[in-house]
Design a protein around this ligand. Structure first.
Ligand code: FES
Ligand SMILES: [Fe+2]
Length: 359
């Protein structure tokens, strides 16, 4: 994993995602399967975190030993304590240092010897962290916890853009025939059907029946039948700030759920996690859908990383919105209304928040 370079976003006036407000939301930081008996590093909203799994569950703390600033993610786990690799100081799950081996009495720890600890939990095969008391619960997706559905994961897709750019791309109907011809769209049918967006609290709801590409021989992943121009019914919930629950149907019993959550790594860095559930093709190897997602996200990445600014500008006077961009318009309005996007104070956002470590 490469180390993120300094932010490419020069300070500019405008309305952008507010990294301080976003601290009070759950965000994905890793797949659960990626966290076993060793601590790992993750960046969230510019905070370097160490994630580790003790007997009491998943832990998230600042990845910075209070003694000499060493990355605790290079250390190891002992019982329900995390050991710093440099001088062996041991930290409990609440971030307090509980032992300093260099002392005659290692338990005589000064009160200042502690690091910030954050709320962490596991659900849908992901580890979620909130840096402050979260305002909203995680979305409920019963299909992903139903044993008659098969689930698989794809990603994380690490992009050089903010999480809002990554989320808007996922919800953007107009690009399918152009960026994903033959896979998600048909270039001969580029018209976006009419749809409405309803905003309730922090969730946008919308549905669309849209033309889709026939299943390709390379990726026989959808349940559309091959007679007539294929269509799919897509029902979306966009849970602000950065989680999408998309349910796909083709008019029968067969259904698919796409769960997409973007990790706001820093000001202009994101990582997208995909969890897919389906009640058909249960025997199909996970690799088929994972290859499909890798292809789709690879096609999107080139285009989205070229967008300037690298962050979604939430002022509706920025960029040009047409009727079929109604999701982006509703998203931008709702993010502002909930205080998750605000006028960037001078200089804010250029220094803080860019990824600082290997993710
Ligand atoms: S730097 Fe962590 S114990 Fe010294
Ligand atoms: Fe796309």
């Amino acid at each position: 994993m490469s180390f993120a370079s300094a932010s490419r976003t020069s300070p500019r006036p405008g309305v952008f995602a507010d990294l301080r407000a976003l601290r009070a939301c759950w965000h994905p930081v890793a797949f659960s399967a990626g966290l076993s008996d060793k601590p790992i590093h993750a960046d969230l909203l510019g905070e370097p975190l160490v994630l580790w799994r003790g007997p009491g569950g998943v832990r998230a703390m600042a990845d910075l030993c209070v003694h000499r600033g060493t990355a605790l993610s290079l250390g190891w786990i002992r019982g329900d304590e995390l050991v710093c690799p440099y001088h062996g100081w041991r930290y409990g799950a609440d971030g307090r240092c509980v032992a300093i081996p260099q002392l005659e009495d290692p338990t005589r720890v000064p009160a200042k010897a502690r690091v910030p600890a954050f709320s962490a939990r596991e659900r849908y095969g992901l580890i979620w962290v909130a840096l402050e008391e979260p305002q909203w619960p995680l979305p409920e997706v019963p299909e992903l916890e139903d044993s008659s559905w098969a689930t698989l994961q794809a990603g994380p897709y690490r992009w050089e853009c903010d999480a809002a750019r990554q989320v808007e791309n996922f919800t953007d109907f107009g690009h399918f025939p152009w960026v994903h011809p033959g896979l998600l769209g048909d270039p001969d049918r580029p018209v976006v059907p009419k749809y409405d967006v309803r905003t309730e609290g922090n969730v946008l709801h919308y549905s669309i029946v849209r033309p889709e590409a026939p299943n390709s021989d390379d990726f026989p992943v959808f349940a559309n039948d091959q007679s007539g121009p294929p269509e799919r019914r897509s029902t979306y919930q966009l849970h602000l700030p950065y989680t999408i629950v998309l349910r796909l149907g083709w008019g029968g019993e067969q259904g698919m759920v796409y769960f997409f959550a973007s990790q706001p790594v820093g000001v202009d860095r994101s990582a997208g996690y995909v969890v897919i559930g389906r009640n058909y093709n249960l025997g199909q190897p996970d690799r088929v859908l994972q290859d499909f997602e890798d292809t789709i996200f690879g096609q999107d990445q080139v285009v989205v990383e070229s967008q300037r600014p690298e962050r979604v500008p939430f002022d509706l006077a920025d960029e040009l919105h047409l009727k079929f961009d109604a999701v982006a318009v509703a998203y931008r309005k709702a993010m502002r209304a909930l205080g998750l996007a605000t006028n960037a104070p001078a200089g804010y956002g250029s220094g803080s928040g860019s990824g600082t470590g290997a993710g």
